[in-house]
Design a protein around this ligand. Sequence first.
Ligand code: AMP
Length: 288
Amino acid sequence: MEHLVSKEEVRHSVADARREHKSVALVPTMGALHAGHLSLVSAACQRADYVIVSVFVNPTQFGPGEDYESYPRDLQHDMELLGAEGANAVLAPSAAEMYAPGASVTVDPGPLGSLWEGATRPTHFAGVCTVVSKLFAVVQPDLAFFGEKDYQQLQIVKRLARDLDFPVRVVGCPIVREPDGLALSSRNVYLSPAERTAATVLYRALRTAETLALDGERDARVLAEAVHGTIAEEPLATLDYADVVDALSLEPARTLGGAPARAIVAARVGRTRLIDNLALATGGEETA
Ligand code: AMP
């Protein structure tokens, strides 16, 4: 596996792959890789000939007081995992390499960027859109793989590619979970043993809504209340938001029926902020 640290090296390496008529896939990550990330790499390896994984803790998507400095980093271990998974190259640039001195132009995520995660983290999605645009411009992939774990991010990146005419197909991949339902996340390492147990409340809360929906409850407000109620029962968890939303517009849903819907939740467990989401059975299908 190639270890690339500069945009120039990436351009050369991708050009070599293109000369051999290989299709190119990109998997953007912030490292501290786990089985969730590796599922994206595996999907990419199945669908493309040349798979490049970026490992970059992107400073512009962290707000003041967030965990940019303390975010877990272990490039050596990440590279071992990526090599074993079959990735062709890892791009692990410095912040100075990604952002030239004085770089000031950013990419506006549009209205979706101020909902939910964007309400709590106002600059987050501009940072995501900016770095993803730069990666798309440098790598010029045919396919790019993102996890449904960050469901709002996935929807925004799909619109980014469409609205800015990046010739890339954005592929969403299912959430990989621990056996007890907790969604894998690089931030789970912050949890104490008691918090780790408490953290399962997010998935349990989402499942409450799912069970009610499967039992025929159509009122999205009732489902959202059920998610709120379950989180409230866990003393170590503090709810940020929970709702049932239209799966494409991410606006609160009124009734389930036809249009795809997602239950979404964000909560702090101790000092760690966790997010999760779950598709609800509505009879419709998520297409975009
Ligand atoms: P991150 O390193 O947290 O920026 O995540 C990089 C990519 O991996 C994003 O597209 C995430 O949505 C995806 N990802 C993170 N955790 C999971 C998971 N548990 N299951 C599936 N994809 C995930």
